[in-house]
Design a binder for this molecule. Structure first.
Ligand code: PEP
Ligand code: MN
Length: 252
């Protein structure tokens, strides 16, 4: 994946879900002001309950594409079903396979046919070895541009949404060659913990950091509790720079 190399920690930020052009404008202006290059935003949202917002679908992808044109940002968005893959790939610079899809062999194989980077999120009940196996479904089809994302696993602890498995990250760094992105937002589930966790992630010397941000988190249609507002994001982003330097990386 472009920009992913051992001297950078690449920040990928944006809302949980694309909700409107106005929302995305505010997010993109903030990303531009901080020098962030990758915009995330879900358009096809896998949800635990069918009664919650499931994304704008293609309308959301069009908003993302417009943001790429206006702001020069790269678009990271999730595909949750093979039937949407061509559509998503038409708009995305980077295709995300979500935690709930990590075991979807057909989706992984189909992503292996794409000529685009894939961010593969670890299922919250998967071992790191299973994550690597899932990534190999993609690479065996010819697409070697796969990035692994640790986003929290389910443990006995239920005060936080999930538990960020930094030991697993250390294992992956030693035992696999895939670049690694850490997502503290889904792991923590609450905005108050994200800046501290993000700093811990950067201190791990990983290739990327994915964070959910929203202009008005309390009004977000999905994952409202865990999204940082713009001010919180800018402050956090600034604080990551010296930590990255300490592990010989640059925040971009
Ligand atoms: C997401 O990144 O929007 C998402 C749904 O996360 P996960 O697949 O890790 O639950
Ligand atoms: Mn989310």
């Amino acid at each position: 994946m472009q920009d992913f190399n051992s001297s950078n920690t690449v920040v990928i930020a944006g809302p949980c879900a694309v909700e409107s052009e106005e929302q995305m404008e505010i997010v993109c202006k903030t990303l531009k002001s901080t020098g962030v290059r990758y915009l995330r935003g879900g358009c096809f949202k896998p949800r635990t309950s069918p009664h919650t917002f499931r994304g704008l679908g293609e309308e959301g992808l069009k908003i993302m594409a417009e943001m790429r044109t206006r702001y020069g940002l790269k678009i990271v968005t999730e595909v949750r079903d093979t039937k949407h893959l061509d559509l998503v790939a038409q708009y995305a610079d980077v295709v995300q396979v979500g935690a709930k899809s990590m075991y979807d062999n057909d989706l992984l194989l189909a992503c292996g046919e794409l000529k685009k980077p894939i961010v593969l999120k670890r299922n919250f009940a998967a071992t790191v070895k299973e994550l690597v196996n899932a990534a190999e479904f993609i690479t065996m089809q010819g697409n070697s541009d796969v990035v692994l994302c640790e986003r929290g696993i389910r443990s006995f602890e239920n005060s936080t949404r999930f538990t960020l498995d930094l030991c697993g990250v250390a294992w992956l760094k030693k035992n696999s060659d895939f670049p690694i992105v850490l997502d503290p937002s889904h792991a923590m589930g609450f905005a108050y913990g994200i800046p501290d966790l993000a700093r811990a992630c950067v201190a791990m010397g990983v290739d990327g950091l994915m964070v959910e941000i929203h202009p008005e988190p309390e009004k977000a249609l999905s994952d409202a509790s865990q999204q940082l507002n713009m001010r919180q994001f800018v402050e956090m982003h600034e604080s990551l720079k010296p930590i990255a330097m300490a592990v010989n990386r640059h925040i971009i």
